[in-house]
Design a protein around this ligand. Structure first.
Ligand SMILES: [Zn+2]
Length: 153
């Protein structure tokens, strides 16, 4: 893997990459029925989240010139989800998840944003507390990260 990486560096195959994110927050309750500790009980969090969008190029015309995407556009994809499913909801019910861990919530939000066609969607992170977070990556992206760069034969 390291050797492939160095070869790619030498052959100029590496591409520019930008990642932007929009942070959001919501107050919500959940219950983790499988947990053998206190998370089994109904409780709430001030959740924070981040949606990451990646691009290998910046826009070259219009209002978004020099950007991956206007943060306002990203917010417009996100806000309806926060309003209709996340903020002040009981997540087990509103998301239809039996066991809404931070991992599951991140994947749920990712799938919704993917269905809405958010271009360049890279990952979704959910911070349950100041020190604990989970991040979900697209399966497509995971395979890109693992795959060796294509090298000239
Ligand atoms: Zn919890």
């Amino acid at each position: 893997m390291i050797l492939s990486f160095l070869s790619a560096l030498g052959s100029g195959n590496l591409k520019d990459m930008w990642i932007i994110y929009k942070e959001f927050s919501f107050e919500a309750a959940h219950q983790l029925p499988h947990h053998e500790g206190k998370c089994r009980r109904l409780h709430g969090h001030s959740f924070r989240g981040r949606v990451y969008v990646a691009s290998e190029q910046l826009k070259t015309s219009g209002s978004e010139t020099g950007m991956v995407m206007d943060f306002g556009v990203l917010k417009a994809y996100l806000n309806p989800l926060v309003k209709d499913y996340l903020d002040h909801y009981f997540l087990n019910e509103s998301l239809g998840l039996e066991n809404p861990t931070s991992e599951a919530i991140a994947a749920w939000i990712f799938q919704k944003l993917e269905e809405k066609g958010l271009p360049g969607l890279h990952s979704v992170e959910i911070l349950e507390t100041c020190t604990s977070a989970a991040r979900y990556f697209s399966p497509k992206l995971s395979s890109l990260i693992v795959a060796s760069p294509e090298l000239p034969s």
